[in-house]
Design a protein around this ligand. Structure first.
Ligand code: DAT
Ligand code: MG
Length: 150
């Protein structure tokens, strides 16, 4: 089974609003494996690098300020299809277009306060994990694995 990893980040609004446990719970109960986790303040240069593809967009300065406005929870989650499924669990970029039952659809209203980031492809995930976890992630195999995967 090809296993993949996604970079998932609870943004400063999610941390300030006490949604850390709720987000972790959803990924855990789906069956995904937590491989990296840290609470951190974000340097402007890291936020700019993370969102470098959006640097020409008018909202870029506000986006960088927002990501640096308080601590984020940086995570790596692993499992079958975690990149695409993680995006489904997160919901649409604009929370008003996010379905109820998704994280943004349940907990957010505005695009500039949309609570959570998730990698949009396996390639992006590799880049983002390298950026946010240069020290690497934890190595472990959950004992529940045979009860989640056949
Ligand atoms: P996503 O976070 O769903 O992957 P994205 O990569 O297109 O969306 O954009 C990254 C973040 O930038 C997004 O979570 C919120 C902000 N953003 C995107 N489009 C925006 C817009 N039109 N106005 C304001 N902020 C925007
Ligand atoms: Mg994106």
């Amino acid at each position: 089974m090809a296993t993949e990893q996604s970079y998932i980040m609870i943004k400063p609004d999610g941390v300030q609003r006490g949604l850390v446990g709720e987000v972790i719970k959803r990924f855990e109960q789906r069956g995904y494996t937590l491989k990296g986790l840290k609470l951190m303040n974000v340097e402007k240069s890291l936020a700019e690098k993370h969102y470098e593809d959006l640097s020409a967009r008018p909202f870029f300065p506000a986006l960088v300020d927002y990501i640096c406005s308080g601590p984020v929870v940086a995570m790596v989650w692993e499992g079958k299809g975690v990149v695409a499924t993680g995006r489904k669990m997160i919901g649409a970029t604009n929370p008003l277009a996010s379905e109820p039952g998704t994280i943004r659809g349940d907990f957010a209203i505005e695009v500039g306060r949309n609570v959570i980031h998730g990698s949009d492809s396996v390639e992006s995930a590799t880049r983002e994990i390298g950026l946010w976890f240069p020290e690497g992630v934890a190595q472990w195999t959950p004992v529940a694995k045979p009860w989640i995967y056949e």
